[in-house]
Design a protein. Structure first.
Lengths: 406, 199
């Protein structure tokens, strides 16, 4: 009975409606297929070749020390490279084997910071629970054994800093800038302070950078008169002991937006922000450059190789990382490893892009006079890649070797 | 590690299906006769081996920098007669690269097959055409593909048979305009085992 009624109801439908209802699934299917194809093709990059890109890849064989870790800082002397991981690792510039550095007679430590002036290295040493021990100055003599370095404490950093911020403090980073040694710390109350070594003790770098709420990011010297410090919210400038908030109009100050700072050593300072802007200070005024709108930037580096086409290297990323190259003279942005420093997109993709850039670094002393080396320090992330890659610039040919794992 | 785990899981699942099918056969016998309207669904898993890649001039790109990977697929077939079947296929494959990357491929296509033999062994020659979604390092392309394969299957019950198949997979990567120099022609060998459900 029910079937009969249903059949009558179906037969009573107008023919047009029946026809329409018959086509509807096809129409929906076609629309879905068209949408799928449109979306799929819109994600395609005609300039990217899957197979030719893969054919340009190179097998990266780095030291296991650089897997599953972050490279946070580098330093060098005339003979060796040093990298800050959880500990400090080193290798001779003439060799390729990395090893843990024995600091003041021990390899059982946590390194909170590493700095260098090209002759000596400085290590902020803590125990494995990050309880600060002190800052040690190391001078390399020769050989590769633990006693190849002579170590001495730099002042009494622990006591000096404790007096100011309390005993519950941790070193965030150390840096040697223009013959001045800086130490950035925070305490258990999340108050951040900057100290510098005045030749006898560690003292506050300025009242404005003592016990502040914002993490301190980095400090540079502009090459003329001032040191420039950024927290993640403000810019500070001045001289050690008298660093103060920068009050120049249109400066990049913005709460939790500042990410990197660099100086060209000739009076110019640039600051990167998380909204895609790089702010440039020159001749007493700030201007902004839109590097990539609404893109979180990162560490900055003035790259002057080759001299005819200087560029700014800018770390980037939230979901995908890596760096971009910005040519100011042409307002050209290169990313995803196209051109310039990265010789191959596929090598860039298989090395750099999966990790956040911690810093770019060039040694004070080049081992090979015909080349200039650029290192990129990366955060931990993908387990298939390393935390440290190098790229050699050959001066005679003005060409880069491409990124190679350390 | 996770990719290897996935490949092992897929293989174990396929072998389990084959074992179940064999157990079902032990409990009874059935007569198999192909006819128009017969349908089947095949689940396949196996290896995916890069053979060679040619560039836009036809020259060999050497090395291809790809390592063998794995594949997984599902196929549907409708028999138009005793020997000819048509259907569709969806699959997923991956190969790893020398730089540590992973190339994912997801071909979706239509298939046609000529089937011969009878109970309990069947043989087939098949071809497949479709579009292939490729993705590596966050970059994707959609390109056509073609497969030519041969297979052998054995009924283990009235509803199930086990299957082994080898296919040559041709993937042309086509770029337009000034980027036509990026054109490449990749060739892979796919071998797989699987289970076929007939209904």
């Amino acid at each position: 009975m029910h079937e009969h009624i249903a059949g009558l109801a179906e037969n009573s439908l107008p023919k047009a409606r029946k026809a329409k209802s018959g086509r509807t699934p096809h129409a929906v299917g076609l629309i879905a297929a068209a949408t799928f194809i449109l979306l799929a093709f819109s994600g395609c990059d005609n300039t990217f070749s899957v197979f030719q890109s893969i054919s340009q890849e190179e097998k990266q064989i780095g030291a296991d020390l650089f897997k599953n870790t972050a490279a946070r800082a580098m330093a060098d002397d005339s003979s060796n490279y040093y990298v800050l991981l959880g500990q400090v690792v080193w290798r001779p510039k003439s060799g390729d084997s990395w090893d843990v550095l024995s600091v003041n007679g021990s390899t059982d430590y946590f390194a909170a910071g590493l700095a260098g002036d090209g002759t000596k290295i400085y290590v902020a040493k803590a125990d494995i629970n990050n309880i600060f021990d002190g800052i040690y100055e190391g001078t390399y003599t020769s050989g590769s054994s633990a006693d190849a370095w002579t170590w001495s404490p730099v002042g009494d950093a622990k006591s000096d800093i404790e007096t100011d911020v309390g005993s519950d403090f941790y070193v965030d980073w150390i840096k040697y800038v223009n013959d001045t040694f800086f130490v950035a710390v925070h305490n258990d109350s999340s108050k951040y302070s900057l100290f510098y070594y005045n030749g006898a003790s560690f003292v506050s770098a300025g009242a404005a950078v003592s016990g502040i709420d914002a993490p301190l990011v980095d400090i540079v010297y502009d090459g003329s008169s001032s040191y420039w410090l950024i927290s993640d919210s403000k810019v500070y400038k001045g001289t050690p002991g008298a660093l103060a908030e920068d009050s120049t109009a249109s400066n990049p100050d913005y709460d939790h937006y500042l990410l990197g700072i660099a100086s060209d050593g000739a009076g110019r300072v640039i600051v990167s922000r998380r909204d895609g802007y790089v702010y440039s200070y020159d001749s007493g005024a700030w201007t902004s450059i839109t590097v990539k709108s609404s893109t979180k930037l990162g560490p900055l580096f003035f790259l002057t190789l080759p001299a005819s086409t200087p560029r700014i290297l800018v770390g980037k990323g939230v979901s995908s990382y890596g760096y971009m190259e910005y040519n100011e003279s042409t307002s050209t942005l290169k990313e995803n490893g196209k051109d310039f420093v990265s010789t191959s997109q596929s090598i860039y993709y298989s090395t750099i892009t999966s990790k956040q850039v911690q810093a770019f670094w060039q040694p004070v002393h080049e081992y090979d006079a015909t080349k200039i080396t650029l290192f990129i320090l990366l955060a931990s992330g993908s387990t298939d890649t390393y935390a440290l890659y190098r790229n050699d610039y050959t001066i005679s040919t003005e060409s880069w070797s491409g990124w190679t794992a350390e | 590690m996770s990719k290897k785990l996935l490949a092992v899981t897929v293989l174990i699942a396929s072998l389990s299906a084959l074992t179940l099918g064999a157990q079902e056969q032990a409990s009874g016998s059935s007569v198999i006769t192909r006819k128009k309207g017969d349908q089947s669904i095949t689940i396949l898993a196996g290896g995916f081996i890069p053979l060679f890649v040619l560039d836009n001039t036809g020259a060999l790109i050497s090395p291809s920098n790809m390592y063998p990977g794995a594949s997984f697929g599902v196929q549907y077939r409708y028999m138009l007669g005793k020997s000819i079947g048509i259907g569709g296929s969806i699959a997923g494959s991956f190969v790893t690269t020398v730089g540590g990357g992973t190339l994912f491929l997801a071909p979706i296509g239509v298939t046609a097959a000529w089937v011969a033999g009878g109970e309990p062994m069947e043989y087939e020659v098949s071809t497949e055409l479709g579009m292939n979604i490729m993705r590596i390092y966050g970059n994707g392309l959609i390109e056509p593909y073609a497969k030519l394969g041969a297979g052998l299957s054995r009924y283990v019950s009235s509803s199930w048979s086990i299957d082994t198949k080898v296919s040559w997979c041709f993937i042309p990567e086509i770029h337009l305009g000034t980027y036509s120099s990026l054109n490449s022609y990749a060739n892979f060998l796919e071998f797989s085992i699987g289970a076929i459900y007939h209904f």
